[in-house]
Structure formats: structure tokens, C-alpha cells
Design a protein around this ligand. Structure first.
Ligand code: GDP
Length: 365
């Protein structure tokens, strides 16, 4: 499964956020295929469409789709030189698909800051620099091999070499690979390098309770936003402490607490959805009287592969996908009406599933 790693300097609120994640935790009985690992938190992906579908279909059970966060502890200055738990830290980052970097944007004199004062940009730079240096090392190693071949007019090396040189220039200017622009063709080569700084990055600005409803007055947040724009990254504002409290609540209680705080959606829910889309993930649904359920797939996946998300037998024996889009079903008001209006299609194995499709798979066993 795809996972987003949570990183950050000590004392920025990582554990608090990770606690909120495991508190809010998905009911694991529904997700037997998920990892059981104390460093992995499984959360349900909030989706208002699932609520509507449940109202429409009245199933016995409704199951949201899930998403994994991995807690990656142990960043220190000098990680790229193998200091402290440095190498371990970097190898953990190599295994995640996106990075959520928690940044301290709350002032609290009782809580020590590792660098002595709250300064989100310099915090970000400490972590990013370690990742950039690790990438610089990989690219320089590769250049050592490829440059010679390029001089000998090796075709592939001649294409790769200038790409590596551009990456090296970016790293030397302390820029991450994700801030460099590549064509789709070039990107295929870049991907093979398994760089750390090419992974999508999301900054999680951790603010105090007083700033949750309106973070515009928090100058740290503004700085993080400016930085993220140059860095080709996204920003989510949360208060980890409040999220811990919200995570203990459910249903109406949760709704009331959010209203008191003056926010529509919990920061954690925003974070989950942001990480989900950052990873290029989308949702399709199955809807029967027994169960209405959301499933995760990657943009661009075809119908049989999507069937395989449910069970490998579904993929192997795939015949057709009876498909109606959520918007069409909702407009029609019922499955029968959608059928009558010609909105239910029979799709074959070349069909690219869309976010919001409701599918009934037909398959041979
Ligand atoms: P970690 O070292 O990054 O895992 O940081 P922790 O999650 O342990 O948080 C460090 C300290 O900051 C703890 O005492 C938290 O209670 C506190 N903390 C975390 N988030 C907030 C926040 O939004 N506001 C305030 N005032 N304190 C927070």
C-alpha cells in the first residue's frame, strides 16, 4: 500500500499528530490487508459521497477506504553523513511515497525548541538539506559512471547525463529535485534514480489552538506558505494538540467541537485528503444492500486492476464493469432511474476508472 511518512525535528508535534492519527484509527477488522506495525497509523479517508450513497442504498454496513501514515523518527543534522540514526532515517524515507513534514508554528515558552527559537523556515531547511545532500551523493555516483559513457557517444548515457547534471546543479543550489522541471520523458529517467527529494512534500504547519480557525495572523504560517510555493510543495495548517482531542470524538460530538473551534473539517481530515491526492489516489465505490464501500485506486488504473483491489480473483476472472458515476446516480435519484436514463454503462477491460465511479464487477470464478 502507498504510505505518507511523517517527519520533523524534535519537539515540533510529530508524536502528538501521530497519536491523533492512531486515536482516530480505522477499525482494523475492516482492513485485514493493512500493515500491523506500531509506526504505521491507518486512517479512514473522509468522503461525503459515502454518506450520500448510504442514504440512497440503505446498506447493512458502510466501509470507508483507508490510508496509511508512517511515523519516521530520528532526523538529526548530519543524517546524510550517517550521523546518529541518520542512515536509518534516510532509508525509512526511501520507502514512503510522500513526505508530510511537521513544522512548528506555535510559540510556547514551556516547550524547548531544538534550535533555541521558533523558526519554521530554518527548521525546514535543516531537514531538506539532509535529503538534498543524500540525493547529491547518489547523483554524483551515477554521474561518475554515465559521464564516461556519454563521452563515448553511448546513446542512453547521452540522454541521461544532462539530466543528472541539471539535478546536480539544483542540489548544489540547495533545491530539491521536485522543484526542477522535467518533460514526461525525462521524468521516466529521473524516477529510476529513486531520489528522496522527488517525492511529493506536504508541510504540516502546527499552530496553537488560538490560530486554528484563522491562521492568517500567524506569521510563521505565512512564511511556510511562501517557502512551499518555491519548493513546489503544499501546506496544511493544523493544531496537533487539538487534533488529539478531536480524534477522541465521533459523530455529533465531533461536529459540535469543530463548530466551537470555528472550523468545518478537522485538520487531520484535511491532511488525509491532501496526502491522498498528493499520491495520485482516487476512490471508486461498490454499492449493494449488504455493503456500501469505498476503494482506493491510482489515477489511470483500468477496470480489471481496480477489480483486483478488492480481490485478485476479481482481476483474473474480470468480464465487465457495470459502471455509473456518482454524480449521475445522485442526479437520477436511484439505481433504477439511472439505468432508465441510460447512465449505467457496461465497461470492458480497457476502461480507465474515474474517481467517483460506482462499479459492479462481473467476473468468472
Ligand atoms: P515531537 O518531538 O515532534 O514528536 O513533538 P511532540 O508531539 O512530543 O510535542 C512536543 C511538545 O509540544 C509536547 O509537549 C506537545 O504537547 C507540545 N505540542 C504539540 N503540538 C502543540 C500545539 O499545537 N500547541 C502547543 N502549545 N503545544 C503543542
Amino acid at each position: 500500500a502507498l504510505t505518507a511518512g511523517i517527519v520533523g525535528l524534535p519537539n515540533v508535534g510529530k508524536s502528538t499528530l501521530f497519536n491523533a492519527i492512531t486515536q482516530a484509527g480505522a477499525e482494523s477488522a475492516n482492513y485485514p490487508f493493512c500493515t500491523i506495525d506500531p509506526n504505521v497509523g491507518i486512517v479512514e479517508v473522509p468522503d461525503h459521497r459515502l454518506t450520500k450513497l448510504t442514504e440512497l442504498v440503505q446498506p447493512k454496513k458502510t466501509v470507508p477506504t483507508a490510508f496509511e501514515f508512517t511515523d519516521i523518527a530520528g532526523i538529526v543534522k548530519g543524517a546524510s553523513k550517517g550521523e546518529g540514526l541518520g542512515n536509518k532515517f534516510l532509508s525509512h524515507i526511501r520507502q514512503v511515497d510522500a513526505i508530510c513534514q511537521v513544522v512548528r508554528c506555535f510559540a510556547d515558552d514551556n516547550i524547548t525548541h531544538v534550535a533555541g527559537k521558533v523558526d519554521p523556515i530554518s527548521d525546514i531547511e535543516v531537514i531538506n538539506l539532509e535529503l538534498i545532500l543524500a540525493d547529491l551523493e547518489s547523483v554524483e555516483k551515477r554521474i561518475g559512471r554515465v559521464e564516461k559513457l556519454a563521452k563515448q557517444k553511448d546513446k542512453e548515457a547521452s540522454i541521461e547525463f544532462p539530466i543528472l547534471a541539471r539535478l546536480r546543479d539544483a542540489f548544489e543550489a540547495e533545491q530539491p529535485a521536485r522543484a526542477v522541471e522535467f518533460t514526461d520523458e525525462e521524468m521516466k529517467i529521473v524516477k529510476q534514480l529513486h531520489l528522496l527529494t522527488i517525492k511529493p512534500m506536504l508541510y504540516v504547519a502546527n499552530v496553537g489552538e488560538e490560530d486554528v480557525a484563522d491562521p492568517s495572523g500567524n506569521e510563521y504560517v505565512q512564511k511556510v506558505r511562501e517557502f512551499a510555493q518555491k519548493d513546489n510543495a503544499e501546506v496544511i495548517v493544523i493544531s496537533a494538540k487539538i487534533e488529539e482531542e478531536i480524534a477522541e470524538l465521533e459523530g455529533e460530538e465531533k461536529q459540535m467541537f469543530l463548530e466551537e473551534l470555528g472550523i468545518e473539517e478537522s485538520g487531520l481530515d484535511q491532511l488525509i485528503r491532501a496526502a491522498y491526492s498528493l499520491l495520485g489516489l482516487a476512490t471508486y465505490f461498490t454499492a449493494g444492500v449488504q455493503e456500501v464501500r469505498a476503494w482506493t485506486f491510482r489515477h489511470g488504473m483500468k477496470a480489471p486492476q481496480c477489480a483486483g483491489v478488492i480481490h485478485s480473483d476479481f482481476e483474473r476472472g474480470f468480464i465487465r464493469a457495470e459502471t455509473v458515476h456518482y454524480d449521475d446516480l445522485l442526479a437520477a435519484g436511484s439505481m433504477a432511474a439511472a439505468k432508465e436514463a441510460g447512465k449505467v454503462r457496461l465497461e470492458g477491460k480497457e476502461y480507465e476508472v474515474k474517481d467517483g465511479d460506482i462499479i459492479h464487477f462481473r467476473f468468472n470464478v
